[in-house]
Design a binder for this molecule. Sequence first.
Ligand code: GAP
Length: 518
Amino acid sequence: MAHKSMDKIMALAKRRGFIYQASEIYGGLNGFWDYGPLGAQLKKNLRDAWWEDVVLNPCGGTPGPNGEPVRVVPLDTSIIQHPKVWEASGHVAGFSDPMVDCRESKQRYRYDHVRVFVPASGESGGKPLFAYVPDTASEARQRKKAEKTFGEVTSVALSGIAREGWARVIAPDADKPGSLTEPRAFNLMFKTYVGATATEDDVAYLRPETAQGIFVQFKNVLDTTRVKLPFGIAQTGKAFRNEVTPRNFTFRSREFEQMELEFFCHPGEAAAWYTFWRDQRMQWWRSLGLSGESLQLREHERDELAHYAREGAGTSDVEYRFPFTAPDYGELEGIAHRTDFDLAQHQRHGKATLEYFDPERGELLPNGAHRGERYLPHVIEPSAGLDRGVLAVLCEAYTEDPARASPELLLLSPRLAPIKAAIFPLVNKDGLPELSERLYADVRRRLWRLGFIEYDAKQAIGKRYARMDEAGCPFCITIDGQSLSDQTVTVRDRDTAQQQRIAIASVGSYLEERLAPR
Ligand code: GAP
């Protein structure tokens, strides 16, 4: 993949109204982003694609490993849950990153992000060492100083420097050595207060994941619907994490949206469902245009696994090679076998039985029926980030082509593109606007549910094509002089810039066919 510039992608995203900095007129707020008109629709299209392919028609009808259609029901739970939910889930005690503070600059850094330039020879002779955070301004600044001090340098993780040696380390944004504190845990959950008194008894948290709302309502879903195991519960929604170092555009934000499925099954079938979902999810991202070598599936090493996943069938990530991670990859979605960890925890803390009674299992009785089996289901969790998905889709779509009137364009998949089609009269006279407006009204009436249909009669036709290419619109339809005599129009394909003539009457079905999910 040719290298893509993140600065150019961010500039286009801003210029065309995909993504803005939140509270920009107040100087912005680090870790928060807003979606503009095209971005809001692109994000909705990605969320809808997930909803269609996970909830309404799971896996496009592919049967599960049991040979039956995959069953999934939706849910929409509160952002604020009872604080005990987060004690049971382990987030109060464990959801933290070790941090180091700089006493001089008052900056705070993630301990595992800080690296240090040391002499390549290994002999520092008691001189200061230079800490930095990769991909920030501190990297070049500290490298320069380190090279001046030692000549050739190499870099090691801060954790690789013995604690006695920290007195000689100059922090990334400091001038004097020895200003870094011991690493300290920093809980990532946003705290708030419920009710007017705002005492410590009223503390609550904004959810750091949507998953726990699903586990907490598992019993209600079982008791009030006719679902039977194996089945999944899905929800999309905001999650909040007070990330210490939000960065890389929307990749690590403090407010973001997740699309999570908790799939409940018998413990004996968990390994097969894990493999099934892992492969299905990888295929799904591919179907949206994230293809080739930019997308990979990475199985976690055993020592990377969360405590609850160690006993399970595995955890893997669907990863995308973002311009800022290249040549490495960044996580888009994690697929984990969470065993019965969450249900067991909520059963213990919530004092409710969350076991499932399965009448079709257990010992066979003489009358041919089963005695039934009572068990805590295991869970396979495909958990995807919607904002990261949008970012990956934008990065993948971003293309430079100096030969075009639009040297930058977005090759978005037609299913995700916010503008589905644009209709142009070649010139704004001679009866062309009237015919174009009629076609525009027809196409809108037929296709408005799929996304925006644009009408543009201004400027030279090349400029209008360029504007649409840059916004990722897959089809431009132009009405010209010939249209008046033979009732045909040209359809220009964004990807090839090729045009073909088709009958005006067939424009609606032409577009419908190409905009449908594949
Ligand atoms: N329930 C499991 C869970 O929350 P996770 O790996 O912490 O797992 C799932 O999060 C997905 O949420 C990630 O793969 C990523 O796409 C997205 N995500 C996590 N933290 C994020 C952040 N700070 N900003 C944007 N997206 C994030």
